[in-house]
Design a protein around this ligand. Sequence first.
Ligand code: SAM
Length: 243
Amino acid sequence: MQNTNTTLVNPFYASRRTPQAKINALLPAVPRNMSPVPHLTSLYHFAEAGPYGDRSYPGNCGGNLIKDLLRFFQPESVFDPMAGSGTCRDVCQELEIPCQSFDLKQGFDACDPDYYRGIEPAEFIWAHPPYWRQKIYSNEPNDLSQTATLEEFSSRYQQFLQNCSTTLKSNGHLAVLMGDYFDQNAGYVPLTYLTKQFAFEVGLKQTCTDIIRFSHNATSSRKVYRSSFIPGLHDICMIFTKQ
Ligand SMILES: C[S@@+](CC[C@H](N)C(=O)[O-])C[C@H]1O[C@@H](n2cnc3c(N)ncnc32)[C@H](O)[C@@H]1O
């Protein structure tokens, strides 16, 4: 359910029948404005994914955020270079917006500029890359989730953002959904910070507020860990403009 005064149940506690089973957060009121999508704010909470893509696909994201962004920016063409199960393509089909949708699983290497030769410039690009090696998507050596070091990941990820920038029409928008990553070897890797750094370096400007997407139904929310840490319950959608 989505509304300015919605109270939220923290999924971590909700999944455990403890005395703290329900923690409700009252969201701030939204200032009235002329947005065609008034519920689209910097805090995105939509527990239902919608009938888009395949929820069982690893790393699948719900389609409602994509739909709200498309309704807000109203592009006439969309490109999704890391499509996974095709969530963005399905949203575009519903909204009747032409969408070019590819993934490494169909042989399209989004980090290699040579693969962009036949791609039509688009007014909006939806990019949902691997959060480095948090999930391994395939054994292909050019899979971004297979990069062995942060340096290698960064170099290919920056090239990916460069490719997106080249494919974006002037005044078009690139939306990147990314989460920070942690493992024992690498420590805490601020991938959202790196996304902005690389996007700025390839000449993109930030368009608007970051959108903090609450991670409802993440598999990690159902696990029990033996260590103590501050759980991250969100990822971030960053929107950039090519001027
Ligand atoms: C987070 S998933 C995208 C999930 C998608 N948003 C969905 O809802 O199903 C990341 C995707 O990036 C793809 N990928 C990884 N490296 C790639 C590359 N070099 N070129 C294109 N796609 C790549 C993976 O195959 C995976 O499908």
